[in-house]
Design a protein around this ligand. Sequence first.
Ligand code: SF4
Ligand code: SF4
Length: 364
Amino acid sequence: MSRVLFASAKVRELRADASLPAKFKRMLDKYPLADMFADKSVAIKMHLGGHYGYTTIPPLFVRMLVKAIKDAGGRPFVTDGTPAIPGAIARGYTQEVLGVPVVPAAGINEGYFVTVPIGYRTFKEAHMCGEIYHADAMIVYSHGKGHGMSGFGGAIKNIAMGNFTCSTRGSIHALGDTDFEWNSELCTRCYLCRDNCPTGALTFKEDGSLNIFSHHCRYCMHCVRVCPTGALKLRQEAVQNFQIGMALATKACLETFEENRVLFVNHMTNITPVCDCWGFSSPAIVPDVGIFAGTDIVSVEQASIDSIKTENFIEGTLPHPLIVRDDIDGHLLRKIHSKDPYLQVEETAKLGLGNREYNIEEVE
Ligand code: SF4
Ligand code: SF4
């Protein structure tokens, strides 16, 4: 069993000391931050969102985390993938607010990276961002929300998609793009598949070839089912490749740190249905949960996903074309995105990165 600290978003008394930021401070006090981070450069890896997104982690919490690391003798900096940095200023992620520099993880031009081996299918190697690779320690501070490709976006997604360059992100996404088999010779271009796709994921290019944007794909199989010639098939064994690729990238990243130099914090408020990279916010699909933290990424992710309950779903919060599908069993995010959010957790556990069993220790 792994230990997971939890601070509830519920405020049980009308006083500031009972609110989530105060609990977050008490949560951080429970960790031996000086042992973990004193005299170390500490990358606070975040996903800073984009454009009109306003539901990422509030800068107030980031500033508190920065102060805690500084007080423990560490040298923190906030970082995210290079393309996310310029726009983050508009949403309050600045040195003035946070108290430390906000650094592009792979340098100004995405040219600062270290190649690490992966060796999974087409995903042979990954370009790990230089600022992360060369940091002594890391705090993976992630906003938990839904994700079109992996069901859930938390610590694993924050690392796998954000601690590597855009080209590596493309390699991981490409693993998911291999899910469908399309036989051009059998295809009559009747376009029934495209016209029956509920999400607009399936289109035809100008040269007549079929294209599926797997982020939008719910794997509803409408396209496969309506195809009159058998030209389009879904490779079941390949559906999970994207999440497996994320787990492998996560392992490759975490292996570059010494033991007990990484802390995972999942911020489970404003749990929106899609990723912050969309550049907008829609209402939360469940009430705010709180904050989970631990040194075991698997248990922190497991606890975070477990906290999103189908019975807590708030009607009217899903933008078109998303729906909660009654014909799919399991987790709420699986019912919305048709992808099992636990799969990446299972894969990271299989890779030896942690334990799916956990004990919650609530911080009051
Ligand atoms: S499986 Fe469903 S969502 Fe995906 S491309 Fe086919 S019709 Fe569209
Ligand atoms: S439904 Fe089948 S035959 Fe028709 S356009 Fe799509 S893939 Fe081609």
